[in-house]
Ligand binder design. Structure first.
Ligand SMILES: [Zn+2]
Ligand SMILES: [Zn+2]
Ligand SMILES: [Zn+2]
Length: 452
């Protein structure tokens, strides 16, 4: 069924080769392609901008995952999203492999485009593209093309990898990003370890054994000889009269002498100053189809809801144990904690109405916004698909008003019209919780749902 040459399209300038002209249907642009599943397209333009624009137009079409895509000239984008530079042999073997996979595939109409794209051609990889104009430095173009609503392809890839849809194939780079704004545009500066001034310089110092004076080598030079500027002793032999101290840096602000400067990083995007050890390390991988992805490709969609990836997030059983323990400690020591319950009633319907990709984009937005609201010491748990519990240690009930107004502001910022976020709060310690954590959590979840 997919064997005839009517599936071969040549887009852009006509080829010089008459053989190609016989084999391919010639088209001026992507818009002329049929909207069927399965086909082979070769994009032939002179300049890179045109090639990339055609690729973007191509991937905005439904079912584009099922096509073999070639270019006649490689661009950095084409390296990430096509099957290579056109070559008759390569094109025919790629097409044969893809066609047979596509023909035996059961869930062609419902497959996730990324899973479909990776599944029909096992040579394909989700490849990172480096762009120094973007603050995140790396992006995954194929993800961008399939899911243009995402704000971070990195987080998407990470979530898909955790669920086994994708699998790490090869480590391409390791970068550090700002812990405040995720920008990779950082400057590293050596500073004085005593006063943190950036005005430091290296100097060659000498140390006089007679009087203990340490100073710049220059100040010891007198008439071509070395002489201590303090005690005027002539310094003849290193190790006997003088030596070089280890401290070969000086701070021009506080005159501190030191061996090694401290390093701080300065975010060029948000101007935060961050200790190097507090920067977030990102490993950038090239990825292939993972085990869950393989399963989905063979057997159709597994019912797996996307989850929020908020910092300090733990799984349900850990959260229960932690809550029980914190409650006991609070009872004994008279501490006050706050448990926040966030209900997102629209999430469930949202996924059904707009599909997983849009739902993920929304979760992605939420993750970013909620992440900015909580402190590092707050512990989050996605208790249900639509219920998030947050333990905020040493937080008084009086902070609730501020939190509520921040949450209200946050829901207003989400770019979805019917988005609703309801907040609930309970103070700890609580005697009932101490008796049975499972029942207590079920009760509060009931309260959340009842308030709907
Ligand atoms: Zn001296
Ligand atoms: Zn200093
Ligand atoms: Zn920053």
């Amino acid at each position: 069924m997919l064997t005839s040459n009517s599936h071969f399209f040549w887009v852009g300038n006509p080829a010089d080769d008459s053989q190609i002209n016989e084999k391919f249907t010639q088209l001026e642009n992507i818009a002329g392609l049929p909207s069927a599943l399965g086909g082979l397209v070769c994009i032939h333009h002179d300049n890179a901008e045109e090639i990339d624009a055609s690729l973007k137009a191509f991937y905005s079409r439904p079912g584009s995952w099922s096509w073999c895509v070639f270019v006649t000239k490689a661009t950095p984008l084409s390296e990430c999203v096509t099957d290579g530079v056109y070559d008759e042999q390569l094109a025919s073997s790629t097409w044969d492999g893809m066609r047979s996979r596509l023909e035996t595939m059961k869930h062609r109409s419902t497959v996730d485009p990324l899973v479909g794209w990776l599944g029909v051609n096992r040579e394909r990889r989700v490849k990172p593209l480096k762009s120094i104009t973007s603050t995140s430095i790396y992006s995954y173009p194929i993800i961008d093309l399939f899911f243009p609503d995402l704000s971070s392809t990195y987080r998407y890839v990470l979530a898909e990898q955790k669920q086994g849809v994708l699998e790490n194939d090869q480590l391409i780079d390791r970068i550090r990003v700002c812990s405040k704004c995720n920008s990779g545009h950082l400057n590293y500066i050596e500073v004085c370890p005593s006063c943190s001034s950036i005005d430091i310089e290296s100097q060659s110092s000498l140390h006089c054994f007679t009087c203990g004076h340490v100073g710049d080598q220059q100040s010891f030079l007198r008439r071509g000889k070395l002489e201590c500027p303090k005690c005027l002793t002539q310094l003849r032999h290193i190790g006997v009269d003088y030596d070089r101290p280890l401290e070969n840096h000086v701070c021009n602000s506080c005159s501190h002498l030191f061996v090694e400067a401290s390093t701080v990083s300065h975010c060029l995007s948000c101007s935060s100053q961050i200790a190097v050890e507090d920067l977030v390390v990102r490993k950038i991988y090239k990825m292939s189809l993972g085990e869950t992805g393989e399963y989905t490709f063979q057997h159709g969609k597994v019912a797996q809801a996307p989850t929020l990836s908020i910092k300090g997030k733990v799984d349900v059983s850990f959260f229960q144990n932690l809550l029980a323990w914190v409650n006991k400690v609070a009872l004994r020591h008279g501490e006050k904690h706050l448990l926040l319950g966030l209900h997102l009633p629209s999430l469930d319907d949202y996924g059904k109405q707009y599909g997983d990709a849009r739902l993920f984009a929304l979760m992605d937005q939420l993750t970013t916004r909620l992440g900015g609201l909580f402190r590092d010491t707050d512990i989050c748990c996605q208790y249900r698909q639509d219920v998030l519990l947050v333990l905020m240690p040493n937080t008084k009930e009086s902070s609730l008003a501020v939190l509520r107004s921040k949450l209200k502001e946050l829901s207003g910022l989400i770019d979805e019209e019917d988005f609703v976020l309801n907040a609930f709060a309970w103070t700890l310690p609580n005697k009932e919780l101490d008796a049975d954590i499972d029942i207590w959590l079920e009760n509060i979840t009931g309260e959340i749902y009842a308030a709907r």
